[in-house]
Design a protein around this ligand. Structure first.
Ligand code: FAD
Length: 286
């Protein structure tokens, strides 16, 4: 099923994310985790793509195994360091495997590389290329706290508009921990004429180290409330996971209460986290 139709339905939707293994050795473990999450029957599951790296070759394989369980997969695809020819091959592979949904991304620029030499400089060019070379439902990434490379919110929004106008059917946000930032962001997007559905991406923080690393990488701001939780439970991983799930659940309930009915959870190959979130929200996502 196309993600745009899932988002267009009356019923609220819950989706989870998995990331593929770096090596063949870990394929079995990741594949089992993905299938366990698929057993929860989320509305769709996204599978990330390693930009120019080793994990990219497993994305389609994992997405296909999710599709075989009857759950809709959303395969990520990055274009950094890629040629048009290689992207075309990926699109054919996706089509041959029955994958209809792609999250089109640029990917992070590897240090020491020269973007001007690549076939794609920004994600909007990938969106255009996908639309010209296949019949896919295409999503894009967006950043409530702006992308780290954007000089201003205005520049960030203008570039996002270009990407949406290239053919994005929906957007998924970078993780955020303060819903008010997201609500203000949505107002900004709508004022800029960006009217496609925006799926808030919620990351249940399950260990303190992961919190710090993810926030450094993404530039996401951690509210004081969350920092206190992270500090208090940092020596107790089980309690930290419980607190992280509770915080994410609270964010999701607030989003639903404010009219956002599609929620994406960065479940990070953790079936127990996906299951707990789903249990906490069982009446809401019935
Ligand atoms: P773009 O939309 O190209 O934006 C990148 C920067 O360039 C922004 O600052 C933007 O303002 C600017 N820009 C955009 N277009 C133009 C233009 N035409 N002219 C001038 N400036 C422009 N990474 C992975 O490697 N694999 C994944 O699977 C993955 N999944 C992700 C999923 C989500 C929901 C999110 C939010 C991020 C994900 N990422 C993933 C990370 C992402 O690849 C990085 O954040 C990357 O740095 C930017 O990718 P983008 O598609 O947002 O780029």
């Amino acid at each position: 099923m196309r993600v745009k139709y899932i988002l267009g339905a009356e019923k609220p939707s819950l989706s989870f994310e998995v990331f593929p293994p770096k090596t063949q050795d870990n394929f079995g473990t990741v594949s089992r985790a993905a299938l366990q999450i698929a057993q929860l029957k989320p509305d769709f599951m996204s599978v990330t793509y390693g930009a120019g790296g080793s994990t990219s070759k497993y994305t389609v394989e994992i997405a296909k195994s999710i599709l075989d369980t009857g759950v809709t997969p959303l395969a990520h695809l990055t274009c950094v360091c890629s040629s048009k020819e290689s992207i075309k091959e990926k699109l054919i592979q996706m089509k041959d495997n029955g994958i209809e949904n792609i999250l089109a991304l640029r990917g992070d620029i590897p240090q020491g590389t020269t973007p001007s030499q690549w076939d794609f400089k920004y994600a909007n060019e990938l969106v255009t290329f996908i639309k010209e070379n296949g019949d896919f439902c295409v999503g894009g990434a967006c950043y409530p706290e702006k992308h780290l490379e954007s000089a201003s919110e205005r520049e960030d929004t203008d570039n996002l508009k270009r990407k949406v106008d290239a053919g994005c059917d929906f957007l998924t946000t970078q993780m955020f921990f303060d819903n008010d930032l997201f609500y203000k962001y949505i107002i900004r997007l709508r004022r800029a004429g960006i009217n496609v559905p925006v799926i808030p991406g919620i990351m249940p923080m399950c260990n303190a180290k992961q919190i710090v690393r993810s926030c450094q990488l993404s530039g996401a701001m951690l509210p004081d409330k969350f920092k206190r939780i992270a500090e208090h439970f940092s020596d107790n991983p089980v309690a930290m996971q419980q607190a992280g799930i509770a915080y994410a659940t609270d964010q999701i309930i607030d989003l639903i209460a404010n009219g956002f009915k599609a929620i994406h959870v960065y479940s990070m190959n953790k079936p127990e986290v996906a299951q707990k979130i789903q249990e906490n929200l069982s009446e809401i996502f019935k």
